[in-house]
Design a protein around this ligand. Sequence first.
Ligand SMILES: Nc1ncnc2c1ncn2[C@@H]1O[C@H](COP(=O)(O)OP(=O)(O)OP(=O)(O)O)[C@@H](O)[C@H]1O
Ligand SMILES: [Mg+2]
Length: 287
Amino acid sequence: MAIKFERVSFQYTSMDNKGYLALADINLSINKTGEFITLIGETGSGKSTLAQHMNALLQPTEGRVHIFGITVDDKTKKQRKIKLNPIRKQVGLVFQFPEYQLFEETVEKDIMFGPKNFGVSTEEAAKRAEKMIEVVGLDASYLKRSPFNLSGGEKKRVSIAGILAMEPEILILDEPTSGLDPIGRNALLDVFYNIHTELDKTVIIITHDMNTVYEYAKRVMVMREGVLVYDGDPVALFSKSNIDRWNLDVPDILGLTRDLEAKFDYKFTEPPRSRKALFKALEGMLK
Ligand SMILES: Nc1ncnc2c1ncn2[C@@H]1O[C@H](COP(=O)(O)OP(=O)(O)OP(=O)(O)O)[C@@H](O)[C@H]1O
Ligand SMILES: [Mg+2]
């Protein structure tokens, strides 16, 4: 098991010293390979807080998180001998707001920062920057630009490139496609999906987009007011009762298949989860 949460709770302390319970008694396990997980939930439900516990940026106020053999709890900060650096290398987290992640004077330096910090040579880090800028859909001309003069979507892509360049074992992306146009969104999702399938890495995506959940995920987690209320199959998540209970948007493809089934009094043996799969199923139906 790469990551394991044991009864994890987390309380933010604010200026007025009133605590806010952002995570309540979370138990979960994540494998090093083979997982493509989406994490969903209403705004303020604790998704980003949960993600930051997966690479020890935040430490639980109760319970324990085990990350690649290192145990993190409320005493970890005080015990300086526990090195959190290896965790940050193994579990790459792309922040929801790229501004938190970009700070160098050029895009190239920004992408190279992570790998260099973990012992990669300058030459190799530069090579990775050149490769990753293309992977996230920008060209090499961006490398010499300042990350601060980019559009929101471009900043997002640069911050993703910086984490990809670290070659983490597990990749966590906090709303990586918010604010991108649909073509850019799908292209980036395909990048993440290829990292999952070709490099056999676990990818976790936080999203508000139910199409991403339905079309890509193998597993979905649902947060609600700091509680993990669902952890399982994406198809089963969208049962009528769950949609009502958690006020979920119906994924486009699912809405369409249900309409088709109702109109033609037909039942798909396996519900298609993408346009491609739907067209294929329709072909069979029309023949
Ligand atoms: N630094 C902080 N201090 C105090 N409370 C915080 C802090 N950061 C977040 N919170 C609170 O903790 C709760 C969970 O926040 P979190 O950012 O994890 O939600 P989220 O599910 O990621 O929401 P969104 O979809 O809007 O990104 C929210 O109610 C938020 O107000
Ligand atoms: Mg968030």
